[in-house]
Every structure is written in structure tokens, then in C-alpha cells.
Design a protein around this ligand. Structure first.
Ligand SMILES: Cc1cc2nc3c(=O)[nH]c(=O)nc-3n(C[C@H](O)[C@H](O)[C@H](O)COP(=O)(O)OP(=O)(O)OC[C@H]3O[C@@H](n4cnc5c(N)ncnc54)[C@H](O)[C@@H]3O)c2cc1C
Length: 412
């Protein structure tokens, strides 16, 4: 697989040129709802008598005129078709632990999959008896690398170096922040493992949100998560394990437009930029951070090496199953924070971008804030799923389509 380094505006990533036909499957069913979604989206839902008994929730739409739109962000989900690589392998005297390829669910899974991979490592005979001050290297400074490092620190490892090509403005900072297993293409056989990892992650973020997590006092909040139906949320496996059942509700935007949705009232929003800062603050005095591109994992001399390089693994591992899924996001500014205390995600029909790429469009809105931004600069809208989209095909027109779709959704 051919790979090249690309630098563009807000990000730095490795990407590939392989043809991607089945990239964004997000569980089999996800986009089968698209046609009905589109019909609903166009018509809205105005006063249907059968829905009269539904709990009505008033939501004031965000300000979406140009003056209220902030930074436009283009970034890339690190998808690995079939399954994220969460495995260990011994080569010579080194144990390599892989943790990459989580697609659009890296944040949803990070605390759980990091625990899972470190468990695998600690169960290995090679590591049994290894001193806690043995040299450990983590390659990758995104959410997966930092949560893996956090897990190692919590288990008492004291000699950890985190290597990364870049620590700033990564996909991990830019991501939306909804806890839901989206944009993955998992082999159904491994779905129970992905679910289990997700439950562990949910428990972690819930403890942060409830103020019970000793190391992180902010970075996750519990807010209602609205979807069109239970199936498309991906969260049904969480119900009864870590979440309460969803409710049928009617969203009333106060302008004549109402939409029938379902709500997980114990949805979790992870404020990605803030949580990345929190991870750096926690780890800063406990591990070494070295900015360095690694060309070969075997160049690292530590007996224990964790590979958390996301899209970088396409080249580093020569892994042809790793591929980018482009996404468009727009930060909102000068909003009323009280009006942005929920999350919404709806899907539309597949289309083509101006450059001819297949695009799966959605509309989502989350209460994200960039580090250091003013209290009113809250909210992000997205977004697209573009198979094989790279910085060479930025599909810039999708930003305007996103705004137009958002306005239609709210009836403004
Ligand atoms: C538009 C969009 C919205 C998203 N929304 C959500 C969401 O709502 N919920 C959710 O759960 N997930 C979401 N995601 C997905 C999530 O952002 C990713 O799954 C996650 O950030 C991946 O983390 P990572 O650490 O694997 O990769 P990255 O953040 O890309 O980090 C990779 C790290 O590896 C380093 N690296 C790579 N190659 C090398 C090398 N050769 N040598 C040294 N270092 C190297 C990089 O410099 C970087 O530090 C979204 C993604 C996008 C694009």
C-alpha cells in the first residue's frame, strides 16, 4: 500500500491510496435507514395526532448564520476494516502491543480498549516478572496512545516514553465527542468484544462526568443523545449493561418544526480537546514525551512497545486494511451555552461529492469547546463520512451542504 505524509491546515496524518468500497459500514444496518431518514428530514413532523402523547422537549436551535460559524475542520477517522488491531506479538526480545484502527469510535472505545490491550500484555509470559521500571515505549500521541499510557501509569509502570510525529491538532483533538460506536466495519464475530470494551469506556467517562474519577474532574458530561431510532444509535447493546433504555420523544424547535426522535438521557459527550489537555496534564510529570517520527517499530530498543499510531499504521505496519474516512466539522461561536446541552445525530442518504467521491452525509451537533475558547464559543456541527477522502480531495463544498442541512433540520 502506497503511503505519503500530508500536511494540511489543521492536521498531520498518514494516509493511503487503496480503493475503498466498503469503508464506512458502521455496523450493517446503519445506512439502511438513510432513505426513510431523508424523507423525514425533508418533511419534518408537524402535529401528527398519533404522536400527541409523546413527551415534548423544547430545543432552541443554535445560531447558524455565517457570523456564528467558527473554524472549519477537515479530519480523518483511522478505520481498520474488519476489526481494530488490538493484539500482541513477540518479535525477538520485544513484545509489540497494537492498538489502532478504531474508525469513528476511537474516543468511544479508548479507555476500554487500552485496558484490554494492557491486560493482554500483562497476561503474556514475556511480561510476567518484568520490573515496573523496565523501559516501555508508546508510539502515538492521540487519544489511543494517551489512554494506553494512562493505563500503564495506573498499573505502576514508571519508565514510559511516548513518541509521536505530532502531539497537536490531531484527529483526536478535532473529533466530535459523542459516545457511540460509529463508523467502524467490524466483523460480527468480534462485536461482543467491541461492545465489552465500549461498556468499560462508558463506565470510565460516566465516572468523570459524575465527579467520581480522581484523575479527571472534567472532559465528559452526561447529556441526552437524540437519534432517529434505536438501531441507528449503535447504543442498544449498552442498554441494561451501562445505560438506561431510550425514550420516544418529540423535539419542538419552537418555530413550528417538531421531530420525533429517541433519547438516551444518559448519553455521554466527551469534550475531546479538553480531555486531551487533561490527559497531558495528568501524564506530563509521569512520562517522557518525545516528538519523533518512527520509521520502523523494530528501531525501538525497549522490551515493550505499544503501537497506537492510527492511520500511521498503514505504513508502519504495511497494513492495507487501514484507511482514512474523511469528516467535515464546523465549530460554532457566540452561542447560548444553555441551549447546547444535548447531542443530536441523524443520517441522510448517500450522495456524491463534487469530486465524485461517495459521501454518507449526516447532521450532528455536540457541545464541544476548543481549549482556551470563550464560554460562548460552544458547539460543533458535522458531518460527512467520505470513503478514501484525503487532503488531495478536501471536498470543501461539503461545509456549505452541512450548514444547509442543519438549517433544514431545524426548520430555520
Ligand atoms: C470528523 C470526525 C468526528 C469524530 N467523532 C467521533 C466521536 O464523536 N466519537 C468517537 O468516539 N470518535 C470520533 N471520531 C474518531 C476518533 O477521533 C478517532 O477514532 C481517534 O481520534 C483515533 O485516535 P488515534 O490515537 O488512534 O489517532 P490520532 O489522533 O490520529 O493519533 C495518532 C498518533 O500517532 C502518531 N503517529 C502516526 N504515525 C506515526 C509514526 N510513524 N511515528 C510516530 N508517530 C506516529 C501521530 O503523530 C499521532 O500522535 C471522529 C473522527 C473524525 C475524523
Amino acid at each position: 500500500m502506497k503511503s505519503k505524509k500530508i500536511v494540511q491546515k489543521r492536521y498531520l496524518l498518514e494516509t493511503g491510496s487503496k480503493k475503498l468500497s466498503d469503508l464506512v459500514n458502521r455496523r450493517k444496518f446503519l445506512y439502511t435507514v438513510a432513505a426513510s431518514s431523508m424523507a423525514f428530514y425533508v418533511s419534518g413532523c408537524r402535529g401528527r395526532s398519533a404522536d400527541a402523547a409523546l413527551e415534548v422537549r423544547k430545543i432552541i436551535p443554535p445560531r447558524l448564520d455565517t457570523a456564528y460559524l467558527g473554524e472549519k475542520i477537515l479530519c480523518y477517522r483511522p478505520l481498520r476494516r474488519g476489526v481494530p488491531n488490538m493484539s500482541i506479538v513477540t518479535e525477538g526480545n520485544t513484545l509489540f502491543a497494537h492498538n489502532y484502527g478504531h474508525g469513528g469510535s476511537g474516543w468511544t472505545l479508548a479507555p476500554g480498549c487500552s485496558k484490554y490491550v494492557v491486560d493482554l500484555v500483562e497476561a503474556s509470559p514475556k511480561v510476567k516478572g518484568m520490573a515496573k521500571d523496565a523501559e516501555v515505549s508508546v508510539v502515538g500521541g492521540g487519544v489511543i496512545g494517551l489512554f494506553t499510557t494512562y493505563e500503564l501509569v495506573k498499573r505502576g509502570y514508571t519508565n514510559i516514553t511516548v513518541y509521536a510525529d505530532s502531539f497537536d491538532r490531531l484527529t483526536s483533538h478535532n473529533a466530535g465527542g459523542l459516545l457511540a460506536p460509529v463508523s467502524m466495519s467490524n466483523n460480527p464475530k468480534i462485536q461482543p468484544l467491541i461492545d465489552q470494551v465500549g461498556f468499560d469506556a462508558y463506565r470510565f467517562y460516566a465516572s468523570v462526568a459524575q465527579g467520581k474519577q480522581e484523575d479527571f474532574r472534567s472532559g465528559a458530561v452526561i447529556v441526552p443523545a437524540y437519534f432517529e431510532d434505536r438501531e441507528s444509535s449503535g447504543l442498544e447493546p449498552y442498554v441494561g449493561k451501562v445505560m438506561q433504555p431510550a425514550k420516544d420523544v418529540m423535539l419542538d424547535f419552537g418555530n413550528g418544526t417538531k421531530r420525533k426522535m429517541i433519547s438516551y438521557d444518559d448519553g455521554i459527550f466527551m469534550d475531546t480537546a479538553k480531555m486531551m489537555q487533561g490527559l497531558h496534564d495528568f501524564l506530563g510529570s509521569k512520562v517522557k514525551f518525545v516528538q519523533k517520527k518512527i520509521d520502523k517499530l523494530t528501531d525501538i530498543s525497549s522490551p515493550l512497545v505499544f503501537n497506537c499510531t492510527g492511520l500511521g499504521s498503514a505504513k508502519l505496519m504495511n497494513d492495507s486494511d487501514v484507511a482514512p474516512v474523511q469528516g467535515h466539522l464546523i465549530m460554532l461561536r457566540d452561542q447560548i451555552p444553555a441551549n447546547l446541552q444535548s447531542m443530536i445525530l441523524v443520517y441522510f442518504a448517500k450522495g456524491k461529492t463534487a469530486s465524485g467521491q461517495e459521501v454518507k452525509r449526516s447532521f450532528y451537533i455536540f457541545p464541544k469547546q476548543l481549549s482556551g475558547s470563550s464560554a460562548n464559543d460552544v458547539g460543533v456541527i458535522g458531518g460527512t463520512f467520505i470513503e478514501g477522502g484525503t487532503p488531495d480531495t478536501p471536498n470543501i463544498e461539503e461545509f456549505q451542504i452541512l450548514v444547509d442541512n442543519a438549517k433544514k433540520f431545524y426548520g430555520i
